[in-house]
Ligand binder design. Structure first.
Ligand code: M6R
Length: 607
């Protein structure tokens, strides 16, 4: 959600800014803009819609000349997506230009007081208050104006700032929003995430909250709010540029679906040593026996992964687990204390609600653990402990491989905790680990069904409503299958706990209505089969996803998709694969923008 870029060097900044903005497109946006210092003046170009519009407006950046600039992709929050509300925002006399991710919570009062002082606002955005504040405080000392501005604003922000009195440096600041500095050779960059930097440099510095970076082509200096210089901590990015390219696939989503065997392998293999799960570098052991409750908090698919986590953790470690949407958790006065373990799950590590829930958990004294994909992200660095999902960069808005990696981490964590708490014996431990290690090849086997599912999608792509049902882990998987379909194909779909249908939902079933029934846990198969019969009797078309041993179901359904047998606790990792393909092919048949569905953002950095 929103993307920031910045550049200073010896070449024309605009084409580089535009190129780097394109790398951030996947985060989600509805307008884009750049500001470049040209002959001591700030020149700003903005356009509603795709970056292609901005490229057209600037002749691919060739008609804006200058070696220093900032750029932005905006996902509208305050004010509609239009040229005026797009970033960068210039101050009243064009002294400063600012790009911003996040929300300035007290912008209304600041705007009122600046208006009284004669400042004229052009846009409806919260961001413009930052630009105007900078100009209001500026007396020739940029750093001083920035510090005074930061003391005035509340909320979350990553900011890129340029001033027309300073033609060789720009400034970057962050609080609760990511901002990364890319260190090049005679040129330096900023970006919201490393995908925009990897083409230029592998050396990066993750700016920390309340730090101010001063960036010129040959140097980067970082200061705290007291004006003291702090160390620039340089890290090497260890993934290569191909990880952020489509690699011959038509969409990132398909590439990422196909990467799942590797991702599961990468997440599991280094954590199995001598037949035991090893979670290096986390403190869980120190307090595990004091934990009397676990709360998993997350949003969207990460929340669905949390559902799976609940079943597996309760079953193996025998600790009570609640799963809560992060956006609900923080406002429900949660009953947690020092004996609670709160697990925050997030691909991006930036999701505002999940971060806020995590902070609330810490404030109440709970132990905190994050399951995160993006290294050094806000959620990863805020939690007491972090277990990384080694999924690599995930570009498609609809998560697939990161979700699979999250499930895998929950399996590892559940086995680890069960072992430490003495809840499983050597034989069960060995069997679980053996099944876990076999998951990647079983996912690969499911890829053989791709064409069958594509054909199935061609039968159902015109549906207006599709239902998904399942029980326990199958229900958790149904929730994810339903979200995958609706978010990219725009077809209304709902997931229900199969036993709940007859308490209301079954009235929606009519002749020809598609119901995808997930029935992969053999111990619950008969129960779900009864629910399948209930909807079938009312005219539904049934596509069932079942364990390969359950061929009896063929006569009861319209289509069966089989998953390879595995431990019942791991079935969600397999049942989700056909549903990912189904969502993908239905969206493709409808001509949808699969990687960038309308209205959605990859990183949801606002509440
Ligand atoms: O980055 P996060 O895992 O915290 O994101 C959470 C959700 O926004 C995310 O899973 C979302 O639901 C995906 N679009 C689902 O495909």
């Amino acid at each position: 959600m929103c993307g920031i870029v910045g550049f200073v060097g010896s070449t024309n900044a605009a084409p580089i800014l535009l190129n780097n903005l394109e790398k951030l497109e996947y985060r989600g946006y509805d307008s884009a803009g750049i500001s470049v210092i040209e002959n001591g003046c700030i020149v700003t170009k903005k356009a509603k819609g795709r970056i292609a519009n901005l490229k057209k407006l600037t002749d691919d950046g060739k008609n804006v000349n200058g070696c220093l600039g900032i750029g932005h992709t905006r996902w509208a929050t305050h004010g509609e997506p239009n040229d005026i509300n797009s970033h960068p925002h210039e101050s009243m006399h064009g002294k400063f230009a600012v790009v911003h991710n996040g929300i300035i919570e007290n912008y209304v009062s600041i705007r009122e007081s600046l208006t009284k002082k004669g400042f004229k606002f052009m846009s409806e955005t919260d961001t413009e208050t930052v630009t105007q504040l900078l100009e209001s405080y500026y007396d020739g000392n940029i750093m001083d104006a920035i510090v005074k501005t930061l003391h005035m604003i509340d909320g979350s922000y990553a900011l890129g700032i340029i001033c027309n009195d300073c033609t060789d440096k720009f400034y970057a600041v962050k609080k609760d929003n990511p901002l990364i500095i890319g260190l090049g050779d005679g040129e330096n960059y900023i970006a919201s995430d490393v995908t925009a930097l990897i083409e230029h440099t592998r050396k990066v510095c993750y700016l920390e909250d309340n730090e101010i970076a001063v960036i010129s082509k040959d140097s980067v200096h970082i200061y705290n709010l007291n004006g003291e210089e702090v160390e620039v901590k340089v890290k090497e990015i260890d993934w290569n540029i191909n990880a952020a390219e489509k690699g011959g696939y038509p969409h990132f989503m398909m590439k990422e679906i196909m990467e799942q065997p590797k991702v599961i392998r990468d997440t599991v293999t280094p954590r199995i040593k001598n037949g035991e799960v090893v979670l290096d570098g986390i403190e869980l052991d120190r307090y595990l026996d004091t934990v009397n409750k676990i709360v998993i908090t997350a949003c969207g698919s990460a929340y669905h992964a949390g559902f799976v986590g609940k079943y597996v953790l309760e079953k193996l470690a025998r600790v009570p687990v609640e799963v809560d949407l992060a956006s609900e958790f923080r406002y429900r006065d949660p009953m947690i204390n020092k004996n609670s373990l709160v697990i925050a799950v997030s691909q991006s590590g930036e999701t505002a609600d999940t971060l806020a829930a995590l902070k609330e958990a810490k404030r109440r004294g709970a132990k905190t653990l994050a399951i995160v994909n993006v290294v050094s992200s806000a959620i990863a660095t805020t939690a007491d402990d972090v277990i990384y999902t080694w999924a690599g960069p995930e570009i498609a808005v609809a998560t697939t491989k990161a979700y699979s990696a999250q499930l895998t981490v929950f399996y590892l964590l559940a086995i680890y905790m069960a072992r430490r708490l003495g809840k499983i014996d050597d034989a069960r431990n060995a069997q679980l680990i053996a099944d876990l290690l076999k998951l990647p090849e079983k996912v690969e086997k499911l890829f053989e069904q791709k064409t069958v599912i594509q054909n199935m999608a061609s039968l159902y792509f015109n549906e207006k409503h599709i239902f998904f049902i399942g029980r326990n882990l199958d229900y958790a998987s149904a929730l994810e299958g339903s979200l995958k379909l609706k978010e990219i194909s725009y077809i209304h779909s709902e997931a229900y706990a199969a036993g709940e249908l007859k308490h209301g939902t079954i009235s929606l079933i009519e002749e020809g209505r598609l119901v995808v029934a997930v029935a992969c846990q053999n111990q619950l198969f008969e129960k779900t089969l009864s629910n399948i019969r209930e909807v079938k009797a009312r005219g539904a078309d049934i596509v069932a996803i079942v364990d390969e041993s359950n061929t009896v179901i063929e006569s009861e359904t319209d289509k069966v998709l089989y998953i390879p047998s595995t431990d019942p606790l791991f079935t969600a990792s397999l049942s989700v694969i056909p549903m990912q393909f189904f969502g993908y092919y239905v969206a493709a048949a409808n001509g949808c923008d699969i990687d960038k569905p309308r209205n959605l953002a990859k990183s949801v950095t606002v509440e």
